[in-house]
Design a protein around this ligand. Structure first.
Ligand SMILES: Cc1cc2nc3c(=O)[nH]c(=O)nc-3n(C[C@H](O)[C@H](O)[C@H](O)COP(=O)(O)OP(=O)(O)OC[C@H]3O[C@@H](n4cnc5c(N)ncnc54)[C@H](O)[C@@H]3O)c2cc1C
Length: 570
């Protein structure tokens, strides 16, 4: 799938094409919604360009709870259509679009009151299961107290009288978004990261494209001409609408944080969902770790660098410790990450909302804005946005094809999984490594392994992050669009949240590997490592503060590797 390669050469070529061609659609934003819109447009046969200011999923799309779910919470609010839509998407993702990336995950809902709660929650979960449609996941089960404690020995016995187990799904959000982008490239989309929209082009009243700044080389501006522009910039929606001077969709940022702790700190074979005063709290299995989350507080600082504070961390620890036999302490926390929910607010209420969760607005001539929603329903948001943009093109446009367009790596995945022991033997790897690679690349795994042909050292684990192989770093730079150390440590791999050193100790090894593909000299390698380590230090510092402060590494004097990236508020 060479068309799906996103190396530095492809980026240069994409920028040249952006200068030379006129596209049907120009998308701003490379989160899951923008990448989804690029794939939707390309797979309908439209020409499409996409500019992303930083990296694939660098905004909210790498910072979610990583659940592909309908949301039991919405069911309780009787929002059936939203739950049904999300569960339909969950089924599609699990079975057709990317079974290599989206995996089932079991949850226990502990019951604390006898009859009414079992009846109430049991009915809800049964309905949830039914709405999920064809059996992509095992059905829910009522559990006795003994069975709950067998599945989740770390639960305090006196906090429950029984439980219900149900299944949802999970995904590595950052990898999934990047795979959506690569699939769009495979179908002809022209994509560039580190390319920030700094203004809109005009033909009279109408928006006619995007002025974009290349944040790598010399900061050159490029005029990307398009018949329609799609603004898919999440919490930056208002900022981009302001380029046009007006807009109808308004987005408010709400911060949610997560903690990552090693798997051995909680003894359990299942995830857990707990009710809190305001919402719910999840304990989610994540490889050799657990993810705990989340919180919900307003954020009005730098949109590019949301950060957790001490209060956020204490809130999560306090709630989860209320039910654990052995409490977690701050010393158990390996990783912390914060994200901003793009919530619709104010006037958006009156725009053409297609569901309670997302809005698509064609209010600006030549530009469609799409915002809100959740990760699980990105494909529907993308389809709605491209449908709206298609109405601005002077020709018939085919209907969306993404419900039956698998992402790269999905084709042949089932067979490769069945053959994983044979593949391990043939390639001289442990089967655990093959499973890890299949779940990250699908059948793209063979392309990754081919890079290590004749170089056995590339099949060795990374320094201080032995879940990952050295060759994966090379592949991230040559095929997956990683341009900076942060891209690899934070999004292509999740080393930044999966190790107590937060990736600082792996930084040099990873930078050296990346330099092979990106041609970095010693000075650049050093700058990348310094920048990464300053970012980690800034985040650690923010986590000691009682209230919100920004973790913008630049404020601690770190050189910024992607100059001027994203926000005017940065
Ligand atoms: C704490 C938390 C937990 C969540 N958990 C879940 C969950 O478990 N399941 C679920 O379904 N959903 C979840 N969500 C919601 C989900 O993560 C978001 O709805 C989704 O990721 C939003 O994607 P997006 O593409 O719209 O925005 P983003 O991912 O933020 O993408 C916008 C992109 O636009 C780029 N950009 C901004 N300005 C410019 C510019 N001028 N030029 C070029 N590019 C620009 C940014 O760099 C960014 O990459 C969660 C959200 C949070 C915060």
């Amino acid at each position: 799938m060479s068309g799906a390669q996103l190396g530095p050469g492809e980026r240069r070529e994409a920028l040249q094409r952006m200068k030379d061609e006129v596209f049907d659609i120009v998308v701003i934003g490379g989160g899951v919604t923008g990448a989804g819109a690029a794939l939707d447009a390309a797979s309908r046969g439209l020409t499409v360009a996409l500019v992303e200011a930083r990296d694939w999923a660098a905004g909210t799309s790498s910072r979610s709870s990583k659940l592909i779910h309908g949301g039991l919470r919405y069911l309780e609010q009787l929002n059936f259509s939203l739950v049904r839509e999300a569960l339909r998407e969950r089924g599609l993702l699990l079975t057709t679009l990317c079974p290599h990336l989206v995996k089932p995950v079991p949850f226990i809902y502990p019951l604390t009151h006898r009859v009414w709660e079992r009846f109430y929650v049991g009915t809800g979960v049964l309905l949830y299961d039914r709405m999920g449609g064809a059996r992509a996941l095992p059905g829910a089960k009522h559990l006795t107290r003994r069975k709950v404690l067998e599945l989740f020995p770390s639960l305090k016995p006196d906090t429950l009288i029984g439980g219900i187990q149900y299944h949802d799904a999970q995904v590595d959000d950052a990898r999934h978004t990047m795979m959506v982008a690569r699939t769009a490239a495979h179908y002809g989309a022209v994509l560039a990261t580190s390319t920030r929209a700094v203004g809109l082009l005009r033909e009279g009243e109408r928006v006619a494209g995007v002025r974009a700044r290349d944040l790598e080389g010399d900061g050159q501006d490029i005029d990307v001409r398009g018949r329609m522009v799609v603004n898919a910039t999440g919490v930056w929606t208002d900022e981009v609408q302001e380029f046009a001077g007006r807009g109808r969709v308004h987005v408010r940022a709400s911060k949610g944080i997560h903690l990552v702790v090693p798997r051995d700190r909680i003894h359990a074979d299942s995830g857990l969902i707990l009710r809190t005063e305001k919402s719910v709290l999840f304990v989610i299995p994540w490889g050799r770790h657990w993810i705990l989350g989340t919180t919900d507080t307003d954020w009005d600082l730098d949109l590019a660098h949301p950060a957790a504070n001490q209060k956020d961390i204490d809130y999560l620890l306090e709630h989860v410790n209320a039910v654990l036999t052995t409490p977690l302490s701050r010393e158990d926390v390996e990783g912390v990450y914060a994200g901003l929910r793009p919530l619709l607010s104010g006037e958006s209420e009156s725009t053409s909302k297609l569901s309670r969760e997302h809005a698509v607005s064609p209010a600006i001539s030549g530009m469609v804005t799409v915002a809100g929603g959740k990760y699980t329903t990105y494909r529907v948001m993308a389809e709605d946005a491209v449908d709206a943009a298609a109405r601005g093109l002077d020709r018939a446009v085919p209907a969306s094809a993404t419900a039956h367009t698998p992402l790269i790596g999905a084709d042949g995945y089932g067979v490769a999984w069945n053959r994983r022991h044979r593949i391990a033997e043939e390639r001289g790897l442990h089967v655990v490594r093959v499973e890890h690679l299949l779940n990250r690349y699908g059948t793209g795994m063979f392309e990754v392994l081919d890079l290590a042909e004749g170089r056995p050292e590339l099949l060795r684990p990374l320094a201080h992050a032995d879940d990952y192989l050295a060759v994966e770093v090379l592949y991230a730079a040559s095929h997956e669009g990683a341009l900076h150390l942060d891209d690899v440590l934070t999004r292509r791999t999740r080393i930044s949240i999966e190790t107590f050193d937060r990736g600082a100790d792996s930084a040099e090894h990873v930078a050296n590997l990346m330099s092979e593909v990106l041609g970095w000299d010693d000075e650049t390698c050093k700058r990348e490592v310094e920048h990464y380590q300053s970012r980690v230090a800034a985040e650690r510092e923010s986590q000691l503060q009682h209230d919100d402060v920004t973790a913008d590494a630049a404020r601690l004097g770190a050189p910024d590797v992607r100059m001027g990236a994203v926000s005017a508020s940065a």
